[in-house]
Design a protein around this ligand. Structure first.
Ligand code: MN
Ligand code: MN
Length: 323
């Protein structure tokens, strides 16, 4: 269950209303790298982990819940930045007097200008956050990635945290409000913290490379195709590959190579100890291991499937604060 606590996770404050920055900040409310995306991504990924990997379930739900708390902070900040808008709109009788509006004071001019900056706030949402990005595109579940495999999901999450961090970094350049900056810095920092949590979680799964189960074909896993004149050298085509430790093999003349090998049908493995036989063995062993892990964890107990965590699997639970 969820239980709502009325305090914000971080004391969000604003010096003065600023509808223009409120619009930019929508990017982290309903945008593709925003807080709702993060919250929903980790929430959805958590389900498949509950039984086989209760520790990953726990982490994903904790971080998802924190992301909802960030969504709340961003929404609260947008609302404070839009202070006055809703009240002005409620002054419906006054606004219906078009002449008065057009002959209005500088404040009215600013109001009209702000309305043009983000018509949604003024025409649709009545001065409250909209679940859109800063351009008004509605939030979409297409932002969410979850593949039911923690070796993939942790990597996707590392990328999500990196992009969220950078959007905060960019947002900080567009406000001088020290209070807003303070909040953005907190939110940015938490994404850096989450990034490392997902990294550590990925490391705790062994083996975790390549993502998923099936091993890569040793004929092609370490070949670098030199697809232009004068390609640069670097650790991506020189020395050993970082995860598998195979020697990079540069195909200097790809066109000739494709013809010589009959479009790679006759390609030979080189720079690697892996063979077709060793690959098939690993595929079989890892498939069996991962299937057994999931099957064992999801067996019915006493004729029912339930959502309880197996006490044997809960042994690594944190000691304090656990209920
Ligand atoms: Mn966040
Ligand atoms: Mn995060």
């Amino acid at each position: 269950m969820f239980h709502h606590v009325k305090e914000l996770q971080f004391k969000a404050r604003v010096s003065k209303p600023d509808p223009r920055f409120a619009r930019l900040l929508l990017e982290q409310f309903g945008g593709p790298n925003g807080e709702l995306k993060a919250a929903m991504q980790y929430f959805v990924q958590a389900f498949g982990c509950r039984k086989p990997y209760p520790d990953k379930y726990d982490m994903l739900m904790d971080i998802a819940t924190e992301e909802f708390s960030h969504l709340e902070i961003v929404g609260a900040t947008i609302q404070m930045l839009l202070t006055g808008v809703n009240g002005e709109l409620k002054n419906a009788a006054d606004e219906s007097d078009l002449n008065k509006l057009l002959d209005g004071t500088a404040a009215k001019e600013t109001y009209i200008h702000d309305a043009l900056v983000d018509p949604h706030f003024f025409l649709v949402s009545g001065g409250t956050p909209t679940l859109t990005d800063s351009n008004g595109n509605p939030w979409s579940a297409t932002y969410i990635m979850g593949m039911g495999d923690p070796t993939v999901d942790m990597r996707v999450n590392i990328a999500a945290e990196a992009t969220a961090k950078l959007v905060y970094e960019n947002l900080m350049k567009f406000t001088d409000d020290v209070y807003v900056k303070e909040t953005l810095r907190f939110l940015m920092t938490r994404e850096v913290a989450h990034l490392q949590m997902f990294q550590a979680a990925l490391e705790s799964i062994q083996p975790n490379f390549p993502p998923g189960i099936l091993q890569s074909d040793p004929k092609f896993s370490n070949k670098y195709f030199n697809m232009s004149e004068g390609s640069f050298s670097g650790p991506w085509n020189e020395g050993k590959s970082p995860e598998m430790g195979e020697e990079w093999q540069v195909v200097e003349e790809p066109v000739q190579h494709i013809r010589d090998t009959e479009s790679l049908l006759n390609e030979k493995a080189s720079g690697t100890n892996r063979t077709e036989k060793s690959v098939q063995e690993t595929n079989k062993a890892l498939s069996a291991e991962r299937k057994a892990e999931v099957d064992l964890a999801t067996l019915p107990k006493n004729g029912e499937y339930n959502w309880d965590i197996d006490p044997d699997k809960a042994s690594k639970k944190k000691k304090s604060g656990g209920k």
